[in-house]
Design a protein around this ligand. Structure first.
Ligand SMILES: *Cc1c(COP(=O)(O)O)cnc(C)c1O
Length: 386
C-alpha cells in the first residue's frame, strides 16, 4: 500500500514538487550511515571520538592545511577564529559587507567593532582598493575577514599583500566555498585562518556544523581547548579562561566524513547546473551571470545573476515561487542592516547594487534536467510576457 502510494506520487506532474534553493544531498553509497553506525556501535555519542578526529584529518588533507578543529557551526568557527587572531573588546575588524550576517555577528560577540568594506564588481567580494583606503583611515585593526561568496574568490593576492604590510591577520570565511580554489590553493588556506560550514544548505552538510583550519597548529590546539569549556589539565575542574561548548558531535562528524567522500561529485553537479542555466538564459535581456575569473575555480555553490533591465529580482523570485520553485535575493550587505547601522563602511555602492539587482537560482545537486528545465521555462516565459 505504502509502495503504491509512493509510486503514484512519482507519477504526478513534476511541477507539483518543490524545487529548493540548495537542499541536503546524502551519498548514494550510504557512507554517512556507515560512520554513524560506527559511532553507535562504539557508543561514542559525544563531541569526541573517531569520527571527529578523522573528519578533522580528512578535511585538512583535502584542502591542504596542517590542522583543523570541528565545531558546532560555521558561526562558532568564525567566533573562534577572531579570538584566535587576538581580537578583543574595542578592536576594529574589517569585514566584507556583502555576506551573510553570520560573518559579522561574532565580531559583536567579542565586543569588537566591525568596519564594513565594499565589494568589487569583478569578484563580488572584498575590494582591495576599499580595504587599503580603510587601513589609511583606521588604527587598532586586529583582523580582516574576507568571504568567498557563492564559491567566488576575492583578489586574495592583493588582499594578502595589503594585510602583510599592515601586519594584520586574515580570516577567510569559506563557508560557501568548500571545493573552490584560488590560483590552485584551496579557499580558506590562503590567509591565517579558514572557516567552513556544514549547515544544511551548504555544498556538503552534517545537518549543522563547522570547521576552523590553519597551518598554525598551536592556535588550533588553543581553539580545541576553548571550545571544550577551557578545562585545564587537572584532576578536578579547573578554569583559568572563559570556555565555550562549541565542539562537533561525533555522530554528526560521521555524516561529514561520508559527505566529504562525494564533495568532488557535488562540485561537478553544481558546475553542470550553472552551465545549464548559462546556456539557456544568458540571451535574456538585462541578465548577466556572476563573474567567472580565470584565477578562481569555483564550486558554484549557488548559480547567481544580476538584472539590469525592466525585469527586477522580485519579479523573477515571485514568478518562480508561483511554480513552487525557491529562489532568493543576493545577500543584503551588512552596512544596510538595521542591526549594524551604528558601524562605519568604506567603499561606494557596489555591494548595494549587487543586492538590488542580484538573484540566486535554485542550485540543489538533487535537481534533475526536468527540474532545471522548469526553472528555465518559467524565466523565459516571464521575459516573453514583458
Ligand atoms: C552559512 C554561512 C555562515 C555560517 O555558517 P553556519 O554553519 O550556518 O553557522 C557564515 N558565513 C557565510 C558566508 C555563510 O554562508
Amino acid at each position: 500500500m505504502a509502495n503504491s502510494l509512493h509510486s503514484n506520487n512519482e507519477n504526478l506532474p513534476s511541477s507539483k514538487s518543490r524545487i529548493y534553493l540548495s537542499s541536503p544531498h546524502m551519498s548514494d553509497e550510504g557512507y554517512e550511515m556507515q560512520y554513524i553506525q560506527e559511532a553507535f556501535d562504539t557508543n561514542w555519542i559525544s563531541p569526541l571520538g573517531t569520527n571527529v578526529n578523522e573528519f578533522e584529518k580528512e578535511l585538512a588533507e583535502k584542502v591542504g592545511v596542517k590542522s583543523a578543529v570541528a565545531l558546532s557551526s560555521g558561526t562558532a568557527a568564525i567566533h573562534m577564529a577572531l579570538k584566535a587572531a587576538g581580537v578583543e573588546k574595542g578592536d576594529i575588524v574589517f569585514c566584507q559587507s556583502l555576506t551573510f550576517s553570520a560573518s559579522a555577528n561574532p565580531i559583536l560577540y567579542l565586543d569588537a567593532v566591525p568596519v564594513f568594506i565594499d565589494s568589487d564588481e569583478e569578484t563580488w567580494n572584498m575590494d582591495p582598493t576599499a580595504l587599503e583606503k580603510a587601513f589609511k583611515k583606521y588604527q587598532n585593526v586586529k583582523a580582516v575577514l574576507v568571504v568567498h561568496l557563492y564559491g567566488l574568490s576575492p583578489k586574495m593576492d592583493e588582499i594578502m599583500e595589503i594585510c602583510k604590510k599592515y601586519r594584520v591577520p586574515v580570516i577567510e570565511d569559506a563557508a560557501e566555498s568548500l571545493g573552490s580554489y584560488y590560483k590552485g590553493k584551496h579557499t580558506g588556506t590562503i590567509g591565517d585562518f579558514g572557516v567552513f560550514s556544514f549547515n544544511g544548505n551548504k555544498i556538503i552538510t552534517t545537518s549543522g556544523g563547522g570547521m576552523l583550519v590553519s597551518d598554525n597548529e598551536e592556535r588550533i590546539a588553543k581553539v580545541k581547548f576553548w571550545a571544550s569549556q577551557s578545562k585545564e589539565n587537572e584532576r578536578f575542574y579547573h578554569h583559568k579562561e572563559l570556555g565555550f561548548n562549541y565542539r562537533m558531535s561525533n555522530v554528526l562528524a560521521g555524516i561529514g566524513r561520508g559527505q566529504l567522500k562525494i564533495l568532488d561529485k557535488r562540485v561537478e553537479k553544481k558546475k553542470y547546473i550553472f552551465e545549464y542555466y548559462k546556456k539557456h538564459l544568458q540571451q535574456l535581456e538585462g541578465l548577466q551571470f556572476m563573474p567567472i575569473n580565470d584565477w578562481n575555480e569555483s564550486n558554484y555553490w549557488l548559480s547567481c545573476l544580476t538584472l539590469n533591465g525592466k525585469i527586477r529580482p522580485t519579479d523573477v523570485i515571485d514568478a518562480l515561487e508561483k511554480e513552487n520553485i525557491e529562489a532568493r535575493h543576493v545577500w543584503k550587505p551588512m552596512h544596510l542592516q538595521p542591526i549594524f547601522k551604528g558601524y562605519n563602511y568604506v567603499g561606494s555602492d557596489v555591494s548595494g547594487k549587487l543586492f538590488e539587482n542580484g538573484v540566486c537560482l535554485p542550485s540543489s545537486t538533487k535537481m534533475s534536467d526536468a527540474d532545471l528545465h522548469r526553472v528555465v521555462n518559467t524565466m523565459v516565459m516571464l521575459w516573453g510576457a514583458h
